[in-house]
Design a protein around this ligand. Structure first.
Ligand code: GLV
Length: 311
């Protein structure tokens, strides 16, 4: 694939410009780094490659040969339309996301098991009352998604003795999971924590619905995948009925989460502003360059998106 004109846009564009300025490997190419509002139809027609977290509002495929997502998720690219042009390659960023999500998840698990909120409340009241912490190695966690993020998350949790089970489309065994279930055979009654890392696709849209939450028995639900996989009315009902003990939500269908959303104020919900796996500029550049090199030398790509599956 011959790539000459590169268009970078979105919140990292200027930082990528600084980092890529120093890159010899891009000598002789034409690079444009633009804020989203400044991208015109002419820029899109000019570019061979488009590098950004998501498509700009006035996006069109123009003469693009390669689109590289600076994030792991590509649902906003997939939402561009039914027909993805066959000749346009889509890749996504693979970097330390699994490790970051592992730390995010562990922090909320430990907060729960070590009773942080209860001890804080007791301190405010000047109250001395022992409550034994619960141990990670007594916990059963079910991770939805067994791709590289899910596997790294499982590796980190298993290191602490957590019993980790996975759920995937196929149910195929993967490293670090005690077992992997297919979506059809999921059993969740004994799960203490459910972690969703799934991408948003036609199959996963509203997967976490009333029926799903109804199977839970005081579990904590952590969503680091995509907001559109969850029916939030069903989640709130499950919190009120006690099926769910708490929900930790980092991703939402509409971001920022709208001011009036009941998720903001429900005592069982923790809202974080989509920070569980942020791409740093350095990571964005490294994966972009590695992909470019693999592409131009004809090596196999480990981050190619299968647009028929949507991830
Ligand atoms: C973050 O959600 C990403 O897609 O990388």
């Amino acid at each position: 694939m011959k790539l000459t004109n590169f268009l970078f846009t979105g919140r990292l564009a200027k930082k990528l410009e600084r980092l890529l300025d120093a890159e010899n490997r891009l000598k002789g190419r034409n690079l444009r780094f633009l804020s989203e509002e400044d991208v015109t139809a002419e820029d899109l027609d000019w570019a061979d490659a488009y590098v950004a977290f998501h498509p700009v509002a006035n996006f069109h495929f123009g003469n693009l040969k390669w689109i590289h997502s600076l994030g792991a998720g590509v649902d906003r690219y997939m939402a561009l339309g039914e027909r993805w042009p066959e000749e346009v390659l889509l890749t996504r960023t693979i970097t330390s996301f699994g490790k970051k999500i592992g730390e995010y998840t562990l922090s909320y698990m430990l907060k729960d098991l070590q009773h942080h909120d209860t001890f804080h409340d007791q301190q405010v009241r000047g109250e001395w009352k022992m409550i034994a912490p619960r141990a990670l190695d007594q916990m059963k966690v079910v991770v939805f998604g067994t791709g590289e993020i899910g596997q790294e998350l499982a590796r980190i949790l298993a290191f602490f003795g957590v019993h980790v089970e996975g759920v995937s489309r196929s149910g195929a065994d993967k490293d670090h999971f005690c077992r992997v279930m297919s979506l059809e055979e999921v059993s969740l009654e004994k799960a203490d924590f459910i972690i969703n890392t799934l991408p948003l696709t036609m199959e996963t849209e509203r997967l976490f619905d009333e029926r799903f939450f109804g199977q839970l028995n005081q579990a904590v639900f952590v969503n680091v995948g995509r907001g559109g996989t969850v029916n939030h009315d069903a989640l709130l009902k499950a919190l009120d009925s006690g099926c769910l003990k708490a929900a930790v939500l980092d991703v939402f269908e509409e971001e920022p989460l709208p001011v009036g959303s009941p998720l903001w104020s429900h005592p069982g919900v923790t809202v974080t502003p989509h920070i569980s796996a942020i791409t740093t500029p350095e990571e964005g550049v490294a994966c972009f360059l590695e992909t470019l090199e693999a592409l131009e030398s004809g090596r196999e790509l480990r981050n190619r998106v299968d647009v028929s599956r949507g991830y």
